[in-house]
Design a protein around this ligand. Structure first.
Ligand code: GLC
Ligand code: GLC
Length: 813
């Protein structure tokens, strides 16, 4: 059966996914870099690099959605007699005798073999350095001496990835390079307002180079047959305008059994304004020389690589579980945490589905991402909270996105997404519970980045809550604004103009009655956290005030938000129900089931249980839970983008993986461990990997945003991998609600919710200055902790108190 074809497998010991066939159903990518310098790399070495911001500082060029797919990258051409091949198969696509790509934690190793030669390239970005290392090892495995011609290749992007693709009347005249020894410098626009350049270096003598694309590739050739490579002769071209590239040419002779390393370095440099030039028109290369000197030998590179591995050892040691179920352990201990780092770094900006020019950092997205990451590097999470809060407005509303380079709110998209403010509480509370650092609440944080407007972060949280309270509709439920979490439920948009963006258009909102049950649930969940926080820091009056608002919201949901078998989704502009049995289509939506069950609204009246049952009955399918059911079959002017998608895709009844965990947490709080687990396993990549590599299409080691739903043409087909809130939510769900290890202000709360088949497991958890080894004995129970023994003494309740040092905890359910 076609669906059984496999393209790779997990190697848990090395924390790698091993791809054994280059022709994966879609490029399967990895991310390099953890802080400032980043690269995307596919299993055939496609992709690109950028500094901090994929739009404004794109270093190398990439062609999205091209033919063939995945066009552009770092390519090594090896010419061995008449055969030209690449270690990663592309772009020449010469059949290889062996191919393997190992995607690991912030590195990728691609190995190819052809006619007795092995070429293995290790790609990574060293910690704290602004460069990508490409260590190429060539090995002669044949019985004869081999003389090879090696050509490297990178294509420069003219920095701004957006104008790079459109402003050709200018671009074709601005390109400039310098060549010095084995280093090719890209300095377009450096003569004027830029103070940064890039370079591509190799730690070997070169016998030639090219920097002009037309010369190297040939105007009518392709990356698969660049004319210089085919002729086996560099032209030493010097780019003036057009499209600058960087290609080194090296002649390599290898005796039988001999191997040689070449360290290629793609670097990025910024100079001070008054130190830009070393001579008129000549860039100051001091910093480049220094960077090169740090990585110019195999030993130095290996050391930097060992440091990177040690860094990941430490990060992945903070939370580690042993359940004996490999498929669970590898996701919890390796891939889910890895994906959380990636989403924290990139928000939704740059993947093979996000072009890096459309979106910066999302306000709601980044707060959610933080919850998956805060245990890894709390100090970075802290800075992120301050950055995000700095884009808020004085009334509690906020910019929906900001640019990572400038940290400024993005005016093109603006604000008006009424769920946004609540997420700031979600993120901040997670940070304080992880660290115990209440001082963040006293940080002075501006509005809209305006100096002089600073108030405390706590004040920002307060106005976030107030923003909901000040924007209630006729049923005393939150007004939705442009949209809530679901960017596509555009109830004030009313658009017949295909040139209008659903996200930014609000054609009518005066007199709107459009209210959101999703925000209502979110308000109650984050509100409870806010109240607990207020009590914790002695703001009792504020706690009382907010509790009243929460109680009122709960009443409003029970009264106006319940449809009989599930929670309504919203009220439209005119005050008509959305997500009701009375509707023709989309009778039930997942978001309000998730948030209202997490908020436990109406639990005593049976609402929670009924809602969860309805999710199973109407939303669940083989591949997860769909967003709404039945799907919309026509465009509804009053609803906006949600009804623009064909049935079963994206927000119209796709399996939007991001929101499945909300229902799973609802299940956990209700103590229904079997149901929680079965929902969870359906979207857990390692379970999907085992069964559906071809159908699923995208990377099997990470979650994707959307899997086609049951109404789609091809249910189970995944899209939009990597950058999705699913990563953080899967992590939050499994670590805190299923395995039940939940950071709290005064310690760790232990409250698992498991399938009754679960067996004993152990979690090692570093927490502030302590380390807990927690063994859980489920005894066939789905929920309910019977006893906790800490270092030999029984503990009252379910919170293991925080105390520095090492501790052993035994938990019996
Ligand atoms: C995308 C957006 C996210 C939104 C979701 C649902 O994933 O990044 O902000 O909540 O779609 O529309
Ligand atoms: C589209 C997508 C949605 C995404 C939004 C962000 O509406 O369907 O998932 O959040 O664009 O711009």
């Amino acid at each position: 059966m076609e669906n059984q074809k496999r393209y790779g497998h997990f190697d848990d010991q090395h924390r790698e996914y091993v791809i054994t066939d280059p022709q994966t159903p879609w490029p399967w990518i990895n991310y390099l870099g953890n802080e400032d310098f980043f690269s995307l790399i596919s299993n055939t070495a496609g992709g690109y690099s950028f500094y901090k911001d994929a739009k404004f500082r794109r270093i190398t060029r990439y062609r999205y959605n091209n033919v063939p797919m995945d066009n552009g990258g770092r390519y090594f051409y090896i010419k061995d007699g008449d055969t030209v091949w690449n270690p990663g198969w592309k772009p020449c696509k010469t059949p290889l005798d062996f191919y393997e790509c190992r995607h690991g934690m912030s590195y990728t190793r691609i190995t190819g073999r052809k006619n007795g030669v092995e070429a293995s390239v290790l790609f990574f970005v060293p910690l704290k350095k602004w460069c990508e290392v490409q260590k190429l090892t060539l090995k002669n495995e044949s019985a004869e001496t081999k003389t090879l011609k090696l050509f490297s290749f990178e294509e420069w992007c003219l920095w701004n990835a957006a104008t790079d693709m459109e402003n050709f009347q200018r671009n074709f005249s601005t390109g400039e390079v310098e060549i010095e020894g084995s280093t090719i410098y890209h300095k377009t626009e450096y003569r004027e307002r830029r103070n940064h350049y890039a370079f591509y270096h190799v730690n070997a003598e070169i016998q030639g180079f090219d920097t002009d694309r037309e010369t190297f590739v040939g105007l009518y050739n392709e990356f698969a047959d660049p004319q210089v490579v085919m002729e086996g002769k560099p032209r030493n071209s010097h780019a003036h305008g057009w499209s600058p590239i960087a290609s080194h040419y090296i002649e390599v002779t290898l005796k039988p059994g001999e191997s040689k390393d070449f360290v290629f370095l793609l670097g990025y440099i910024e100079n001070e304004q008054d130190e830009k030039f070393e001579a008129p028109q000549v860039i100051n290369k001091k910093k480049a020389h220094a960077l090169i000197a740090e990585l110019d030998t195999t030993e130095k590179v290996d050391k930097a690589f060992a440091e990177l591995n040690a860094y990941w050892d430490a990060l992945l040691n903070i939370y580690n579980v042993k359940t004996g179920n490999d498929k669970l352990d590898r996701m919890v201990n390796i891939w889910n945490q890895y994906q959380c780092m990636v989403t924290f770094n990139f928000s939704r900006s740059a993947s093979f589905f996000e072009s890096g020019i459309g979106r910066g950092m999302g306000f709601r997205d980044s707060n959610q991402d933080l919850v998956g990451f805060v245990h890894q590097i709390p100090s970075r999470a802290r800075q992120r909270i301050i950055d995000i809060a700095s884009t808020q407005f004085p009334d509690g509303g906020c910019y929906h996105q900001y640019q990572p380079l400038t940290k400024r709110g993005n005016n093109d998209i603006g604000g008006g997404f009424n769920d946004d403010p609540c997420w700031l509480i979600f993120g901040t509370v997670a940070y304080i519970k992880e660290t115990g650092d209440f001082s963040i609440l006293d940080e002075m944080v501006p509005f809209d980045n305006q100096p002089g407007s600073e108030v405390t972060l706590f004040e920002h949280l307060k106005i976030s809550m107030d923003h909901v309270i000040n924007n209630l509709g006729p049923h005393l439920l939150p007004l939705i604004g442009r949209a809530d979490w679901n960017d596509c439920l555009n109830l004030n948009c009313f658009s017949w103009d295909p040139n209008e963006s659903f996200q930014t258009t609000e054609n009518v909102s005066e007199g709107t009655k459009a209210e959101s049950l999703m925000i209502a649930g979110l308000f109650v969940v984050t509100g409870k956290d806010y109240v607990a926080l207020c009590k914790k820091i002695g703001k009792d009056a504020e706690a009382v005030r907010m509790q009243k608002a929460i109680d009122a919201m709960i009443e409003a949901v029970k009264k106006h938000g319940w449809d009989g078998e599930w929670y309504l989704r919203a009220y439209d502009f005119y005050g008509r129900k959305i997500g009701s049995n009375e509707c023709d289509e989309a009778k039930i939506f997942i978001e309000s089931q998730g948030w209202c069950t997490m908020a436990e609204i109406g639990a005593d009246e049976g609402m929670v249980a009924k809602s969860l049952d309805s999710c199973k009955k109407y939303l669940e399918c083989e591949h997860g839970m769909v967003l709404n059911n039945p799907a919309f079959t026509k465009y509804i002017y009053e609803y906006g983008e949600i009804s623009s998608y064909p049935e079963g895709y994206k927000e119209n009844a796709g399996i939007f993986c991001h929101n499945n965990p909300w229902v799973i947490i609802g299940e956990c709080l209700a103590g229904r461990g079997n149901d929680a687990w079965s929902h969870y396993a359906k979207i857990l990549p390692s379970y999907v990997e085992e069964k559906y590599q071809t159908l699923h299409k995208v990377e099997p080691y990470v979650n994707c945003q959307m899997v086609a739903g049951k109404d789609a043409f091809k249910p189970g087909e995944g899209k939009n991998s990597w950058l999705t809130g699913t990563a953080a939510w899967m992590w939050y769900t499994v670590s805190e609600f299923i395995l039940g290890i939940k950071p709290d202000y005064d310690g760790i709360r232990i409250d698992p919710c498991l399938p009754e088949t679960a067996t004993d497991y152990t979690v090692s958890r570093k927490f502030r200055d302590a380390e807990y080894t927690i063994t859980i004995h489920p005894n066939g129970q789905q929920k309910g902790v019977r006893s906790i023994v800490l270092d030999g003494s029984p503990v009252d309740g379910t919170v293991v108190p925080y105390a520095p040092g090492r501790h052993t905890v035994e938990v019996t359910m």
